[in-house]
Ligand binder design. Sequence first.
Ligand code: NAD
Ligand code: DAU
Length: 379
Amino acid sequence: MEFKRNIIITGGAGFIGSHVVRLFVNKYPEYRIINLDKLTYAGNLANLKDVEDKENYAFVKADICDYETVKELMEKYNIDGIIHLAAESHVDRSIKDPFTFARTNVIGTLTLLQAAKEYWESLPEGYEGKRFYHISTDEVYGALELTNPEGIESPFTTKASSEHHHAYGTEFFTEETKYNPHSPYSASKASSDHFVRAFHDTYGMPTIVTNCSNNYGPYQFPEKLIPLFINNIRHRKPLPVYGKGENVRDWLYVEDHARAIDLIFHKGKIADTYNIGGFNEWKNIDIIKVVIKTVDRLLGRKEGEDMDLITYVTDRKGHDMRYAIDSRKLQRELGWEPSLQFEEGIEKTVRWYLDNQAWMDNVTSGDYQMYYDEMYKNR
Ligand code: NAD
Ligand code: DAU
């Protein structure tokens, strides 16, 4: 079958990647989607059960650092677009093992760029109609100060703004904010962003970079705050709150991020950068209380009875105090804004983890790693 476009999505077995793959495979049957993923601990093919048999979907187990394999895939499938999400993504792991982050996030991104460059430059039409879209994070901008610890009314409203509509400072990350990464994770992402822009400026590759805030929703690996805490509350295990729980993050429902990626892949300006955020700042401790009450209510427990699971622990080293994205450029230029109020999003999320306990048990027991052998080895 001839496909209109042939797109590699890297990291498609991970949290955000699986939502992007699902959206593209279902929305664009005329595109062939190649999910290129190494299946590290964070990759789980069970996240994509509902699309794995679709005609326009293929999975390839490979490392983005493997130049020959990436180049071969580009030629084999005549790839004209790359949406790059594969990365080591957990800040705490980067503090313990920075080398893995430099390898995957920096060398892996450079490998993809170089393979795309060699392939696209070998074609008669060159870079015409091609796209290299790199998914990055707001953490590259560093940390903002908590100048209003009690919260002030946020200057940004969207149709999804919730009753809790606070900003915890007057500064926000814009596309012009200077890079100032603090953790090995954010330093590696910043470095990869620079390589992507360098490939545009040096070789004319049609690149786009977006920097997004904290995502939440189904299929997130339970090392990250929200799924870890939902699972711990369910099993009445302690909830390790770093420091005083005062740190602020800007939360976005993962499907809203996937929608933004779709829009920007198709309509974004080449060589441009867009910040993507939820216009939705929360202090960790406040979000944790909302999660506890929601889990309790949905499990038929007395709402709030698990508050005593909150356990303050030693702070994360170099813990960034506040992230807050100004994503008005994306709103203004491409008409995107979050679709879900945080209260709706968190209810949906908690419900999903409680309804999909088998998914969670497979991940926490390690059984999910057998899924590739069972489903793909002999295909
Ligand atoms: P994740 O850790 O859930 O998934 C990462 C995926 O990449 C996994 O499937 C893993 O197997 C794969 N991978 C890792 N190393 C690889 C390699 N060497 N070769 C091929 N595949 C490899 O990550 P996520 O939270 O879904 O994040 C996806 C991307 O979005 C990352 O680039 C991250 O920096 C960025 N991001 C994440 C968030 C967030 O809140 N989670 C916010 C903004 C940006
Ligand atoms: O801002 C975007 C980033 O968001 C992404 O680039 C990262 O890939 C993603 O992991 C996320 O980074 P954070 O460090 O903000 O997410 P995490 O879920 O690890 O932590 C959220 C906040 O909760 C942070 O302030 C640390 C705190 N925390 C986290 C864990 C896991 C706790 O207090 N206790 C915990 O056990």
